[in-house]
Design a protein around this ligand. Structure first.
Ligand SMILES: [Mn+2]
Length: 179
């Protein structure tokens, strides 16, 4: 079973980093990262991940948007959590310096070089994000988001069978929001 202490350490770090950031639904951003962590915890139990891998996956879930969305740096994460988690979070982050169209492919390439317990965080992230789309999303944006979800699933489906089955179902269900 995972470590409560490590969970709290990553949660507090994420809380400090994301500050007043909100989700597209106007909720505190921690509702997003704790939802992703919840999916990862469920998968760790279903897939009987060993404790060390579960702890890394859960910490990366809580920290996965810190580099992309906040002022925290790779070194900040490295100093607190060590190399495996810092590299995991970095792989889960898109590089804004690249053209927008290449960012996801590039991140997925880097995620695929990571161990399964890091890869599965990306599945958990997209599962969490495939909820009812925000009101201001038009049909084209929803279609593109669904297409991207299918691409993520095709790249990472072997990382965790439980989460890939769950993402597959979320993808099916998302069609209800598309005209
Ligand atoms: Mn996310």
């Amino acid at each position: 079973m995972f470590s409560q202490e490590e969970y709290l350490k990553a949660l507090r770090f994420a809380a400090k980093a994301h500050k007043e950031q909100k989700t597209p639904y106007g909720l505190p951003y921690l509702t997003h990262v704790t939802s992703v962590a919840m999916e990862v915890i469920h998968a760790s139990i279903e897939s009987k991940l060993d404790d060390d891998k579960a702890n890394k996956a859960i910490s990366c879930a809580l920290l996965h948007d810190v580099l992309e969305d906040t002022d925290m740096t790779f070194d900040d994460i490295f100093n607190e959590f060590g190399l495996d988690i810092a590299e995991g979070v970095e792989a889960l982050s898109k590089y804004e310096s690249l053209p927008k169209k290449q960012q996801m492919q590039d991140s997925l390439n880097r995620i695929l070089e990571q161990p399964y317990e890091i890869q599965l965080v990306k599945l958990a992230d997209r599962i969490t994000n495939l909820q009812k789309p925000p009101k201001d999303w038009d049909n084209e944006k929803k279609k593109a988001y669904l297409k991207e979800a299918k691409f993520i699933l095709s790249c990472l489906k072997n990382s965790n069978l439980y989460l890939s089955a769950r993402l597959e179902k979320k993808i099916e269900d998302y069609n209800q929001y598309i005209d």
